[in-house]
Ligand binder design. Structure first.
Ligand SMILES: [Zn+2]
Length: 397
């Protein structure tokens, strides 16, 4: 090819790269849009789970209510296999409930995504306005039951999804005990994962306080921005980002607010701590017109089922379901095949052995001989006697 033709080809390739990338992003959201009609997470069923859990009474570690909740989950999700992950904790002990799908999957050998929530409820309503009530346990409709209810929706649906990876669900105990929430159940679970289990757990999405009838989800920091960044395209597709084009047109719903950033101490931090990508979906502004965590109904006796809505539970459960069905969560935590680097050319030491060496020696000999000849010719010319003197004349014309 003519060099100029080659230059044009390079220019065309360089100009095309950004556009092919943009169209790949467009296809991703088309893929979300085609899946939205098949989402099945059911807000009414999730809301009924919240009512059931709250009806058991405070789910304190080691309590009968906790035991009834765990037994109930095992009985409701018979397609899953369950393990109880028990640890010493105060006078009562704590018990995380670990579920696997497919039931024969093994986290030490099978690639898995993790989902979870804490099921315990705070032992004291320390944000209660009336000091006399601050030692009473909270009902935990949003702070406890809503996360479990949304994860239960995934547990109902995952066996029908034909995923190409396993799923581990963990319901954590002892998140909300202690003077400040201790996150103890998740710490024990994460710290006891074997190296093989850590390697096979690609990422973990935690759900906590996802039922607030006035749902607003901030952009919560995570140790793995790529996992966290999935929230925005999923939310946009579902029409949850105000002013953005969703699959059903421009939305006015203002549920996910990518520009409102927050750091929240929750169970995902303990999973972060053992270097597994982990994030939390949480509405940390519980109640209408609430601007921060320690306002509203959080850690108070007002955390009751009437503050939680089926619509909010369904929105969050479907958002997570969309990420699962599309593969977006898994893609975020499993990097594409690494691009093959061109082989680096090691500078070779120059040696005079072999045919190349002989050639170079030959050239050196020729150049040396030529130089000597030139010097000799110049020297001989200088030794010649000067020619007879020449007379110059100038004519003025
Ligand atoms: Zn809490």
């Amino acid at each position: 090819m003519h060099p100029r033709g080659r230059l044009w080809l390079v220019c065309i390739v360089l100009l095309t790269v950004p556009w092919t990338h943009a169209s790949a992003e467009g296809q991703a959201s088309d893929q979300f849009c085609s899946l939205i009609p098949v989402l099945e997470a059911d807000g009414e069923r999730a809301n009924a789970s919240v009512a059931w859990q709250v009806g058991l009474g405070p789910r304190l570690p080691g309590s009968n209510a906790s035991e009834a909740l765990l037994t109930g989950l095992e009985e409701r999700h018979t397609s899953w296999s369950f393990t109880r992950d028990a640890h010493p904790y105060g006078a009562t002990g704590l018990t995380n409930l670990v579920a696997m799908y497919p039931p024969e999957a093994d986290l030490s050998t099978d690639l898995a995504l993790g989902f979870g929530a804490h099921y315990d409820t705070r032992h004291m309503a320390d944000r209660e306005a009336d000091e006399a009530n601050r030692s009473t346990p909270i009902p935990g409709a949003n702070d406890g039951a809503s996360g479990v209810a949304a994860v239960e929706e995934l547990m109902h649906l995952i066996p029908t999804m034909n995923l190409d990876h396993a799923v581990v669900v963990v319901m954590f105990d002892a998140e909300d005990q202690g003077p400040v929430p201790e996150l103890e159940g998740s710490r024990r679970w994460a710290d006891n994962l074997s190296e093989a289990e850590r390697e096979h757990l690609a990422g973990f999405v935690l759900l906590d306080m996802v039922g607030d009838a006035s749902l607003d989800l901030a952009n919560i920091s995570s140790n793995h921005p790529a996992l966290n960044n999935v929230m925005k395209p999923l939310s946009e597709a579902m029409g949850l980002v105000s002013g953005h084009e969703g699959c059903a047109g421009t939305t006015t719903r203002d549920v996910y607010q990518p520009d409102v950033r927050a750091w929240i101490g929750d169970d995902h931090l303990n999973i972060n701590a053992v270097e597994i990508p982990a994030m939390v979906i949480i509405d940390h502004r519980y109640g209408p017109n609430v601007t921060k965590l320690d306002d509203g109904y959080w850690h108070s006796l007002q955390d009751t089922p009437d503050k939680v809505s089926a619509e909010s539970l369904e929105t969050v459960a479907r958002l997570v379901e969309l990420g699962l069905r599309s593969g977006a969560w898994m893609e975020a935590v499993t990097p594409e095949d690494p691009v093959e680097e061109p082989p680096t050319v090691e500078p070779q030491p120059i040696t005079f052995a072999g045919p190349l060496g002989l050639l170079m020696l030959g050239w050196a000999f020729v150049i040396g001989l030529a130089s000597i000849s030139i010097v000799a010719i110049v020297a001989l010319r200088r030794l010649r006697p000067p020619p007879a003197s020449t007379t110059w004349s100038w004519d003025e014309a």
